[in-house]
Ligand binder design. Structure first.
Ligand SMILES: C[S@@+](CC[C@H](N)C(=O)[O-])C[C@H]1O[C@@H](n2cnc3c(N)ncnc32)[C@H](O)[C@@H]1O
Length: 296
């Protein structure tokens, strides 16, 4: 990660955060239960819940037993979802009745969040290319009782069809440097070969997403890595080809803006419309979010 020293603000605070344990956050499944009822039920069981200041349906939770070991979890009343991972769907802004594609969906944290924002109406296609991970996606869709979802198994870059979707989420497979709090082996940074291989795939996924969204429709590109080659570099590749325009997005949390340059790479001022989240910003994991619109 040393190569990010010059671009990550408050480098010492960043490292301190990486070395601290990560808080557990849950998102209420509002299709099933009201957040205040969920809070009451879990507090009666001895958990301590603190609502997130920027999303009253979500709580930081502490307890003697893991948050996944409750009846309420098995009843689908909540989903354990890291705080930064709540943001891409907020940026996507799905609405009831729309057609939405989640191109890399497993295990379904964002799929079930999208369904919630759609009030379980319209059509949500949740796709992934891993049969094994799709088992978890299906289990989560079932557990949370979502009915507007169709699950498909397909390499996202080959997803069939035409420009039929109002919104597409590309929560891309990535080198995951942003989750180094949970996985210490990631603290030294991802190998360059892995980053290059993933960036090539991510560009194909984003191009296909922009073909599948209707003209004027929204595509959100998100990762949980810090590597500019997988973030700004991927977004730049579609901007240069005129496939999309970048929209500014103001997240409800402290954040940094996308990099204008990194090493030899020039990404340009436009990239400041994208968002970088670092672990010290609000005691979370790291990530990147870009909101794109397909030209009319
Ligand atoms: C970051 S994870 C998605 C997490 C998910 N959006 C969530 O919120 O629970 C990336 C996913 O991309 C999938 N994936 C990898 N290569 C893919 C491809 N070519 N097409 C579609 N999905 C792919 C992986 O199996 C993995 O489930």
């Amino acid at each position: 990660m040393e190569r990010y020293r010059e671009v990550i603000p408050e480098w010492e605070a960043f490292w301190e955060a990486i070395l601290r344990p990560l808080p557990t956050v849950i998102r209420t499944n509002t299709l099933r239960i009201d957040p205040s009822d969920l809070r009451r039920r879990l507090e009666r069981k001895g958990f301590d819940l603190r609502p997130l200041l920027w999303d009253e349906t979500c709580f930081e939770i502490r307890g003697e037993i893991p948050a996944g070991n409750t009846l309420e979890h098995w009843l689908g009343y909540y989903y354990i979802q890291e705080a930064t991972q709540l943001l891409p769907v907020k940026a996507l802004g799905p609405k009831p009745g729309e057609r939405v594609l989640d191109l890399c969906a497993a295990p379904g944290g964002k799929t079930t969040q999208i369904a919630q924002y759609m009030e379980d109406s319209g059509l949500l296609v949740a796709n992934d290319d891993s049969a094994k991970r799709i088992q978890a996606l299906l289990a989560n869709v079932y557990r949370l009782g979502v009915r507007c979802v169709v699950v498909t198994e397909c390499p996202g870059q080959e997803f069939p069809g035409e420009a039929e979707f109002d919104r597409v989420l590309v929560d891309a497979p990535c080198s995951a440097e942003g989750v180094a709090r949970r996985f210490p082996h990631l603290r030294k940074g991802a190998p360059p070969g892995v980053i290059q291989r993933l960036a090539t795939l991510q560009k194909k996924l984003l191009v296909r997403a922009l073909e599948l969204v209707r003209p004027g429709g929204i595509v959100v590109y998100s990762t949980c890595t810090l590597a500019p080659e997988e973030n700004e570099g991927v977004v730049q590749s579609v901007l240069e080809r005129g496939l999309a325009e970048l929209l500014p997005w103001e997240p409800p949390v402290p954040h940094a803006r996308g990099l204008v340059q990194f090493g030899e790479a020039e990404y340009g001022p436009e990239m400041q419309k994208t968002v970088r989240i670092y672990p010290h910003h609000f005691d979370s994991e790291g990530g990147f979010i870009a909101v794109l619109r397909r030209p009319q």
